[in-house]
Write a protein that binds this ligand. Structure first.
Ligand code: CIR
Length: 249
């Protein structure tokens, strides 16, 4: 597995915020947390390709939003926030040797954080970042079934629901309509940890933020192997663990 990551921008303090109040972000601490995350990806067997951060793009560490990597191609997105559109160029370049690229084009907008790929289906959150034009484009570009999912109050689909094993999704039902996920086992986050539904599954292991111990205990009670990383500094910029990598099988 290859994991593509991108360094924290020195301007991360100016990151886009939608549901969070702005608080100061410690750049060095954010970098340390990102380094620990990359180290864990490497420990779990990934070859990590780290792209340089850019002062012009405060949110560039959240590389997940710039592309959707499938087995046969990479969809390069057109991020919903205008300040993030230019992030895609270096990512498209880095992915080009790994997957043939296809591009979401105007007027469609799509953030990778809104896309949850479950086997052959692509679930897409209807968020403020992702618009209706994008659904038809994604169908046409990928040839996959594309299923829209209603969100309420979450920045992205994967803020509210992610996969944690072959049959289980971790979810905050306050933020997402779970009807489209019939057939999956749903594990609810602890009510005290609304941001706890974001996890990266890598082989048989889940990469998870250190800040959600109650939900972590629920995952472990299901026999899921969980490895935690500190991610609270990056969380101040409204990003979680999935946002910080693109996984290429
Ligand atoms: C943004 O608002 O775009 C960033 N501050 C956070 C992006 C987080 N990405 C994600 O959930 N996939």
């Amino acid at each position: 597995m290859i994991a593509v990551t991108r360094d924290v921008s020195p301007s991360i303090a100016r990151a886009e915020l939608t549901h969070l109040e702005r608080v100061p972000i410690d750049y060095e601490r954010a970098r340390e947390q990102h380094e620990e995350y990359r180290a864990l990806l490497a420990q779990l067997g990934c070859e990590v390709i780290d792209l340089p951060g850019a002062a012009a793009y405060p949110d560039c560490v959240f590389i997940e939003d710039t592309a959707i990597v499938l087995d046969d191609l990479a969809v390069i997105t057109r991020p919903g926030a205008a300040s993030r559109r230019g992030e895609v160029d270096v990512v498209a370049e880095a992915l080009a040797p790994l997957r043939p690229p296809v591009h979401i084009t105007a007027p469609a907008t799509l953030d990778g954080g809104d896309v949850l790929v479950l086997d052959d289906r692509i679930y897409v959150g209807r968020s403020e970042r992702t618009n209706e034009e994008e659904l038809a484009q994604l169908r046409q570009l990928t040839g996959r079934e594309v299923i829209p999912v209603d969100l309420h109050g979450a920045l992205h689909l994967k803020t509210a629901i992610t996969r944690v094993s072959h049959d289980t999704l971790l979810v905050n039902r306050d933020w997402v309509d779970v009807a489209p996920f019939a057939g999956w086992t749903l594990l609810d986050v602890d009510p005290a940890e609304p941001f706890g539904a974001n996890a990266v599954v890598l082989g048989g292991t889940v990469i998870y933020a250190f800040s959600y111990p109650r939900t972590r205990a629920k995952l472990e009670a299901r026999g899921i192997d969980v490895r935690t990383v500190p991610a609270d500094e990056l969380a101040k910029a409204e990003g979680g663990v999935t946002c910080c990598s693109l996984l290429v099988r």
